[in-house]
Design a protein around this ligand. Structure first.
Ligand code: UDX
Length: 438
């Protein structure tokens, strides 16, 4: 059993802290947001993540997990301190490190004995050294006898399956100038029996960026192929399936659609490209990946316009707002760009999402109408758009949907439905990279 402090109670911090507590460790989660901490003490989670609430409650009641806003309380007794604070995107695409720097200097002020400080936030290459520098200077300034090592331990948690990803990682990556410190962190993960890679700080930081960048690249690649499939009358879903059986290629992250969103891919690809440019390199591939991703949204809106003639004064129902299913997160969601474009072009937009309605009220343009279910959302619509592939949308009564709509026009941004079935139901059905059914 180890004593762990996790700073930041966002997706990464809360999942990491809770799952380490569940492995039997004593974990204190710290956040400077007092309202978040008060909520967590009452079992109210700041995010929606399937299964998390139950594990938080169980470990909180068992006394292995506690929440605080106080560095004085959390830092001195911790053997391991994870930094899992946000790294928002700066104006130029660079990651904003303000929160990481603040956490590092607060940690330094309260450090006692020997502590291992672990960077979990996705940070630009070199941030491990930056954190070490901040802590070192502060300790020297205060003539402190405390000692520390810095380890980079990037996370690979997907929203919606973050607990599963924590408990069954494909690998654990640890970077440090101090191999012994990295090995001690590896011990925390030992119960998960995953392959462990120990390397230097900068290589570990690069593994995270390169991993996200290749996944984003696969998505943009298949979206480019989807464009060609549409032009040449091929079916991108079958193309991806046919490619995926090749063990060198594999089937994952080859789903064509309206592009990637979320808190990681858009930000990380941009930040990596920015780092390349800062080093006087020309990141041509990453720049193309970002362009294609934005085009996927633009082309989808053009498809709606082609299908309806014009979208002005047309009623458009939108199923799904979250950037992907099983989350209420709408950061960089394709839905936001698509809806904003439609509203700007004069469309009357009505929306429904199984979980993200509250978030949507904050981030969508004011003119949008919020509906209580997918049927209300289809009512009187000239077209319905499927933007997030929630399970709930797989089993709808499509005859009823058709009966409610002004015209049976369905534009599927995630290739959720089968064109032949939609044809049988007499929908005018368009998807991405597959033949349309009219
Ligand atoms: C991602 C990484 O997968 C994870 O390892 C990292 O730690 C954080 O970023 P996440 O953002 O939660 O996780 O979502 P992910 O499931 O990877 O999907 C990202 C986006 O890509 C979503 O908008 C999704 O709809 C889209 N996507 C994904 C596709 O368009 N096609 C695909 O084939 C896969």
């Amino acid at each position: 059993m180890s004593s762990i402090c996790v700073i930041g109670t966002g997706y990464v911090g809360l999942v990491t802290g809770t799952c380490f507590a569940d492995l039997g460790n004593e974990v204190t989660c710290l956040d400077i947001d007092a309202a978040k901490i008060e909520g967590l003490k009452k079992g109210i989670l700041p995010i929606y993540e399937p299964g998390l609430e139950e594990i938080v409650r169980r470990n909180y009641e068992a006394g292995r997990l506690c929440f605080t806003t106080s560095y004085t309380e959390a830092v001195p007794n911790a053997e391991f301190i994870f930094i899992a604070v946000g790294t928002p995107q700066g104006e130029d695409g660079s990651a904003d490190l303000t929160y990481v720097e603040q956490a590092a200097s607060q940690i330094a002020k309260h450090l006692a004995g020997h502590t291992i400080i672990i960077n979990k936030s996705t940070v630009p290459i070199g941030t491990g050294d930056l954190v070490a520098g901040i802590v070192d200077r502060s300790l020297n300034g205060n003539r402190s006898t405390a000692t520390f090592s810095v380890v980079s331990n990037p996370e690979f948690l997907k929203e919606g399956s973050a607990i599963q990803d924590f408990q069954h990682p494909d690998r654990v990556v640890l970077g440090s100038t101090n191999r012994q410190a990295a090995e001690q962190v590896a011990e925390l993960y030992a119960p998960l029996s995953a392959p462990v890679i120990i390397t230097d700080l900068r290589t570990a930081e690069m593994i995270k960026y390169a991993s996200n960048a290749i996944l984003a690249t696969r998505i943009s690649f298949i979206n480019e192929i989807a464009q060609m499939c549409e032009a040449l009358s091929a079916d991108v879903k079958v193309v991806a399936e046919g490619m995926g059986y090749d063990k060198r290629i594999g089937p994952q992250f080859l789903q064509a659609g309206i592009g990637y969103g979320g808190s990681c891919f858009p930000k990380d690809v941009k930040a990596l490209a920015h780092m390349a440019e800062q080093s006087n390199l020309h990141p041509q591939l990453l720049l193309a990946v970002m362009d294609i991703n934005y085009d996927a949204r633009r082309f989808f809106v053009q498809k709606i316009e082609r299908t309806l003639g014009s979208v002005a004064n047309r009623v458009i129902g939108v199923w799904g707002l979250a950037f992907k299913p099983n989350t209420d997160d709408m950061r960089e969601a394709a839905s936001v760009d698509i809806i904003s474009l439609l509203v700007r072009k004069g469309a009357i937009v009505q929306v429904y999402d199984p979980v993200a309605m509250k978030t949507a009220q904050r981030v969508l343009p004011g003119a949008v109408t919020f509906c209580k279910d997918p049927y209300e959302c289809a009512d009187n619509a000239d077209a319905v758009l499927l933007l997030t592939e929630w399970n709930e949308f797989k089993q709808l009564d499509m005859e009823r949907v058709k009966g409610l709509m002004k015209k049976p026009v369905l534009l599927d941004g995630r290739n959720l439905y089968e064109p032949a079935e939609m044809g049988k139901l007499n929908f005018n059905y368009h998807s991405v990279g597959r033949p349309a059914v009219k």
